[in-house]
Ligand binder design. Structure first.
Ligand code: PEP
Ligand code: MN
Length: 346
């Protein structure tokens, strides 16, 4: 971290600042130029409050050299993280799916679990098209309190049934800590956009040893997403999958604006795998295919796609759900795109 001091400063104030920084365990290197004096701080600056420093009278500016996230930082973990999901079906067959380090994972399924028939039909369909995991919301964060709120605990049981039938690991969203017990037998816990900065939830999920799919908040910067991942990892849970699902902009023709540049940026800054959710990003079923392919081309490690066997009658997000037939065609195009860009692992 570098502190640029104002030209004429009070010596006592400077002394106080230096004592404060040294007490934080930091070493100070002063560099006096003709017009500017610069303080270089050496040591762990991740706990330094940059805004507090900026507010001091003697400080002109502060610049971070090191990112404020450590565990999620590629600098300290150069190799891609690979996360493995293991599951089995009721015939005793075991399955393993990996994401990261060249392994691509397509997670598909409805926005919400609606009935045993609905989830079992969709699970069987996406499995036969090559999906490696099944998504389905049981606890649903809805804007309106009058909208369908999900099947809750029963929804999770239906996902477990679908896993038994297909062997697909299941991904479902937690909204509150008081639901945690229901997630004992869930393969990946999703933290949705609305909860990306629910730090109490993140801290608790950091204590468990199960993959977390962390979605970017719709007004969150990439650094804020990585800091939220850091909350999970600081607690010891290193199995974090990041999800770009679009951010809110001034554009009304899509539900959100898919920030594809987040993919190469996150992959440069972090070793964690990145999936893209083109369904919530666009909010329009016919845009899911082009954005999925663009995400693959941009280097995503996976996709999270809403698939419904009857989008017109879906209880949630039918407008952005593709049919199993469309998903089947898309899955083939995704494979072709991966080959085209030379991404050849499983
Ligand atoms: C979801 O994936 O079901 C969901 C609610 O998404 P988001 O948190 O990205 O809005
Ligand atoms: Mn949805």
């Amino acid at each position: 971290m570098i502190i640029i001091l104002k030209p004429e400063i009070d010596q006592q104030e400077l002394e106080n600042l230096m004592t404060w920084l040294r007490n934080m365990g930091l070493e100070i290197h002063m560099s006096e130029g003709a017009n500017t004096t610069i303080m270089g701080l050496v040591g762990d600056t991740s706990t330094v409050d940059i805004n507090l420093l900026r507010a001091l009278d003697c400080v002109a500016d502060v610049k971070r050299i090191q990112e404020p996230f450590k565990k999620a930082n590629r600098k300290f973990h150069p190799q891609d993280s690979v996360i493995t999901l293991s599951s089995s079906d009721d015939k005793g067959n075991s399955f393993e799916a990996k994401i990261g380090g060249g392994h691509f994972m397509t997670i598909a399924g409805p926005c919400s679990v609606e009935s045993p028939e609905q989830i079992s039909a969709i699970a069987a369909a996406v499995k036969s098209s090559g999906a490696q995991a099944l998504r389905g919301g049981a606890f649903k964060p809805r804007t309106s309190p009058y909208a369908f709120q999900g099947m809750q605990a029963e929804g999770i049981e239906l996902l477990q049934e679908a896993r038994k039938a297909t062997g697909l690991p299941i991904v479902t969203e937690i909204m509150d800590l008081n639901q945690l017990d229901y997630f004992d037998d869930v393969d990946v816990i999703q933290v949705g956009a609305r909860n990306m900065q629910n730090f109490v939830l993140l801290r608790e999920l950091g204590k468990i040893r199960k993959p977390i799919l962390l979605k970017r908040g719709f007004a969150a910067t990439i650094e804020e997403l990585l800091m939220s991942a850091e909350y999970l990892m600081a607690g010891g849970n290193e199995q974090v999958i990041l999800c770009e699902r679009g951010v809110r902009t001034f554009e009304p023709l899509t539900r959100n604006t898919l920030d594809l540049s987040a993919i190469p940026i996150i992959k440069e800054l972090s070793h964690l795998p990145v999936v893209v959710d083109p369904s919530h990003a666009t909010g329009v079923a016919r845009y899911v295919r082009p954005m999925s392919l663009a995400a693959v081309a941009a280097g995503a490690d996976g996709l999270l796609i809403e698939v419904h066997n009857s989008p017109k009658t879906a209880l949630c997000d039918g407008q952005q759900s593709i049919t199993p037939e469309e998903f089947d065609r898309l899955a083939k195009d995704i494979d072709a795109m991966r080959i085209a860009i030379g991404q050849c692992n499983s």
